[in-house]
Design a protein. Structure first.
Length: 558
């Protein structure tokens, strides 16, 4: 079988003003174009190219029906039902002699030109099957155009095609049809790139070998079978993995649950950002042998470096490697083609860009990872010069705060602390990670929210009893009065005192007075003004000030 599945691609796209703007996580350049065909039904015309030196007897309708039966369930699994390639008969064209097998780089230009002229122009792409018994292929995701709205959506105007040998759809010399070739080329047509180390040569040392990753449909494998999927980042780029399943680690010591896709209830992609330009980062994903991933050679946590810089795909500094040219490489590089250096099993400890990762265990649903350290020099980019910056960085370094946005590079120091955030802050600060033993403590805290286990556990510990009407009000801001009570109940080192009215704006008999004066005595707060000494009990606590309160309680700051 020819397993070096070949393709042709457009050049690196010239960078627009903000090529990562379409992606809210800023992970994938030109995301609007990348997802042009990857969500919903993707229609393909099947054409047979009859060559003078061929000989396989193929019928477009029969091939289309066969591919629908094989590739529809595969991509439904890979996309969790979000993408379906649908094949229909186009017809047959006749051409002269093909260059294969003497020229394995023959992209079948005669076949492509004839099919383009014969096509009715109603499908999203053309799958051209050459009647020669080989199992390789070429594909392109289509022509480059500026902005999704300006792009033609149907073939041949969109330039989106795949050419494969006849051995991909029929048995040759006793071998089953090489369906993995067609799945690979469809992958390219939805902008999946090869993943490869760049360390090995092929074809007599003439070119870099781009098929040395046995974990990826888009790179390795010497099998005809549809028994291997692709890495999690490709699934995110295609729109098959929700934003909520992506986590960013920018520092601190944290525990994550990382699941193979479809497991549910856990993250599926961890991003380790770098100090480099946007679009350069490392990713962690989880893989186990299950369903169509049953043929992967290794199980565990796989690691890749992603690089969108023009120089990474042979372009220039003003270009962006996007789509099929996005550079994806194993970390570390394999010691031999299809090696597993970049896949780590339970019990292994490894380092990626200054971050130490331990694969603690696997419970049949998700892997547990202990992650410590930082791959970036700045934990947050919006606290520079802030009076509380030292405290913010201190609580982040031990995982008390993970940031306020999806990419976890911002702390939002001026924003008020919500009661849900307060619950998370407190439990992380006191090191309580015990899951709550009950649910439904509050009428306005539904199951399935990120803050639900924190709020429920806070109630079990007696740190919060909520309001008299049975609510917790997770989105309401925390006042400085409430903060004082929360803190004295949560930290064993803090306690209420007998209030004597040291604050001008806090009567000694106020419900929170003992807690506020307890924080003052412990050095956690100095009040909101010194002359006169005031506490400002009704003011909402800002996130930057909260960092200082927590850091002082933990002995991390003065």
């Amino acid at each position: 079988m020819v397993f070096a599945l070949l393709m042709s691609v457009p050049g690196a796209a010239l960078a627009t003003s903000h090529p990562f703007d379409p992606d809210e996580l800023a992970l994938i350049g030109h995301l609007d174009r990348v997802r042009a065909y990857s969500v919903g039904v993707d229609t393909w015309e099947v054409w047979i190219c009859d060559t003078t030196n061929g000989g396989l007897v193929l019928d477009a309708g029969t091939v289309a029906s066969f591919l629908n039966g094989q590739l529809d369930p595969y991509f439904s699994w890979l996309s969790e039902g979000r993408y379906r390639p649908s094949f229909s008969a186009g017809g047959t064209v006749s051409v002269g002699q093909t260059g294969w097998p003497s020229d394995p780089f023959d992209d079948q230009s005669q076949c492509r030109s004839s099919v383009a002229a014969a096509s009715a122009g109603v499908a999203h792409g053309a799958l051209i099957v050459v009647d020669v018994p080989y199992s390789g292929g070429f594909a392109t995701p289509g022509v480059w155009c500026e902005g999704q709205a300006n792009c033609p959506s149907t073939y041949p105007a969109n330039g989106r095609w795949a050419v494969v040998g006849g051995a991909t759809v029929t048995s040759v010399a006793g071998n089953p049809p090489a369906l993995r070739t067609i799945a690979h080329e469809i992958g390219h047509a939805v902008h999946f790139p090869h993943s490869f180390s760049g360390e090995f040569d092929s074809f007599g040392g003439q070119v870099v070998y781009e098929y040395d990753n046995g974990m990826d449909l888009m790179s390795g494998g010497d099998s005809d079978l549809l028994d291997i999927g692709t890495l999690a980042l490709n699934r995110y780029a295609a729109g098959w993995l929700d934003v909520g399943r992506v986590r960013f680690h920018r520092g601190g010591t944290l525990t994550y649950r990382l699941a193979p896709f479809g497991a549910g209830g856990a993250s599926e992609l961890i991003v380790l950002p770098t100090d480099g330009p946007v679009g350069v980062y490392d990713v962690l994903g989880a893989r186990v042998r299950a369903a169509y991933d049953g043929g992967i050679p290794f199980e565990g946590i796989e690691v890749y470096r992603i690089d969108h810089r023009g120089s990474a795909c042979g372009g220039t500094a003003i270009q962006v490697c996007w789509g099929v040219e996005r550079r994806t490489s194993q970390v570390p590089v394999p010691s031999e083609p299809w090696g597993g250096n970049h896949v780590h099993g339970v019990g292994e400890v490894f380092e990626v860009s200054g971050v130490t990762i331990e694969v603690v265990g696997y419970d049949g649903v998700a892997f547990t990872l202990a992650v410590s350290g930082a791959s970036v020099s700045e934990r947050f980019i919006d606290d520079n010069g802030n009076f509380h910056e030292g405290a913010i960085e201190a609580i982040a370094s031990i995982g008390v705060s993970t940031g306020c946005n999806a990419t976890l590079d911002r702390y939002c120091p001026d924003r008020g602390v919500s009661r849900a955030e307060m619950a998370a802050f407190l439990l992380r600060a006191i090191g309580d990670s015990t899951p709550p033993s009950s649910a439904g403590s509050f009428s306005d805290v539904p199951q399935g929210q990120w803050y639900t286990p924190y709020v429920e556990r806070l109630a079990e510990l007696g740190i919060s009893i909520g309001y008299g009407d049975g609510t917790f009000r997770p989105h309401a801001g925390v006042t400085r009065a409430e903060m004082a009570v929360f803190m004295t109940r949560a930290f064993p080192s803090l306690s209420e005192v007998e209030a004597v009215g040291v604050f001008t704006d806090v009567p000694a008999d106020a419900w929170f007075a003992g807690a506020a004066e307890g924080l003052l005595g412990a050095g956690v707060t100095t009040g909101c003004s010194v002359e006169p000494l005031a506490y400002c009990p009704g003011a909402t606590v800002a996130r930057d000030a909260m960092a200082s309160f927590l850091a002082r309680a933990l002995g991390l700051a003065g």
